[in-house]
Design a protein around this ligand. Structure first.
Ligand code: PHE
Length: 377
């Protein structure tokens, strides 16, 4: 028996080895890595649902370069160390011609050097830390960056909350959190505000009483928490238990249905900035909301879903203009993207490979996310 297997096995090796990225097969393989499970499961799930919807729309319309797009999605379980493993697999085993992901900046930063070294373009839908695209010329994003988001929330604190004295509570395990804290502080101090207390936690922590007690002692007007929803919900609950009166506010990392489920009344009235609201409406946006609801059982799209959708559309637009899936040519086409209409607005890729887009401010009201305002860059 063994004798028959050997030639077949070696034939398979030869066939696999000759299969170049995007080669002669009749599909174009695009890899996606996402936190489908674990601590930030709603981030990856939403982003994936938006991305897959875009790929389905593209394929319905005939695909690109005469081929269908095949999206291969890998789950990193929200864990550090997993993104590099799965992205490596998507590139070397599956020969993905491009990589879409991630939401969390730390996980995008983990995978970006692999894409850069392999000369496989990577598009992060929603990582906002500036360092992500600084990795190299194969790394792009379709969203704004945190120097902008931090300034938006600094102005919001000064102008709308009328806060002069603010405390900042940062997740030191998260590049996103550390960066956003820094950019917020710079904008807030520049606008005449004062940071009265600075405290840290580690993503995954469950008890924030010590930090919150110290913050309460500093008597701030408001508390900026640039974290992710799992910890933010616990922080809000514990702040209320300590009878803290100062309102909490934060950035896009708050955006999850789970913030409402876990935080309940404790997050009521609080504010955060993000990229998109179905209520902020554009013509393309309205159609997207309708399509997304139909595809995903009535669920409304959030920022991650909308940016996931736009990341796939950006990639396909670039492949079409490049006329090939060859990494360097797709990279050049991505870099040349100008005014591409999407559901989160127009995407123009700037010299830093970032996009410039408006932010929206949301308030938790009546157990829902209520759109307050759009802040243009
Ligand atoms: N911007 C966050 C980060 O860089 C991720 C995020 C995007 C979270 C959009 C929620 C919504 O880590």
């Amino acid at each position: 028996m063994k004798r028959f297997f050997l030639p077949i096995a070696s034939l398979a090796v030869v066939l696999l080895a000759s299969c170049k990225p995007g080669g002669d097969s009749n599909v174009i393989v695009v890899g996606e890595f996402a936190s489908l499970t674990g601590k930030e499961a709603t981030f990856g799930t939403s982003s994936h649902e938006g991305t897959l919807l875009a790929v389905e729309k593209i394929n319905e319309a005939g695909g690109v370069l005469g081929k269908q797009v095949k999206l291969l999605t890998e789950d990193n379980q929200s864990k550090a160390g997993e993104s590099s493993t799965v992205v490596d697999k998507l590139i070397s085993r599956d020969h993905a011609v491009a990589i879409l992901g991630e939401v969390a900046s730390s996980r995008s930063l983990e995978a970006a050097p692999i894409c850069q070294q392999s000369k496989v373009p990577m598009i992060s839908p929603s990582s906002t830390n500036p360092k992500v695209t600084q990795t190299g010329d194969y790394v792009f994003r379709v969203c704004f960056i945190d120097p902008f988001q931090g300034t938006v929330m600094a102005n919001f604190a000064l102008g709308t909350l009328k806060a002069k004295r603010v405390a900042v509570l940062t997740d030191v395990k998260s590049d996103y959190s550390k960066g956003l804290a820094q950019f917020f502080e710079a904008g807030f101090v520049k606008g005449g505000g004062e940071i009265v207390s600075r405290l840290d936690f580690n993503g995954g922590d469950k008890d924030f009483k010590a930090q919150l007690t110290a913050i309460k002692g500093a008597n701030p007007d408001a508390v900026f928490v640039p974290g992710y929803y799992t910890e933010v919900a616990l922080i809000a609950v514990q702040a209320r238990q300590l009878d803290m009166q100062a309102p909490l506010f934060g950035g896009d990392g708050w955006e999850s249905e789970d913030l409402l489920k876990l935080g309940k009344e404790a997050v009521e009235g609080y504010y955060f900035s993000t990229h998109y609201s179905p209520e902020a409406g554009s013509p393309l946006g309205a159609k997207f909301v309708e399509d997304y609801r139909k595809r995903w059982g009535g669920k409304s799209p959030d920022a991650m879903a909308a940016l996931g959708y736009d990341s796939a559309m950006l990639l396909v637009d670039a492949i079409k203009r490049a006329g090939t899936v060859e990494g360097a040519k797709v990279r050049d086409a991505l870099a040349a993207t100008k005014d591409l209409e999407g559901v989160t607005g127009k995407t123009t890729i700037n010299a830093q490979r970032d996009a410039t887009k408006a932010a929206v401010v949301i308030q938790v009201k009546g157990g829902k996310f209520k759109y307050l305002e759009t802040v243009k860059p």
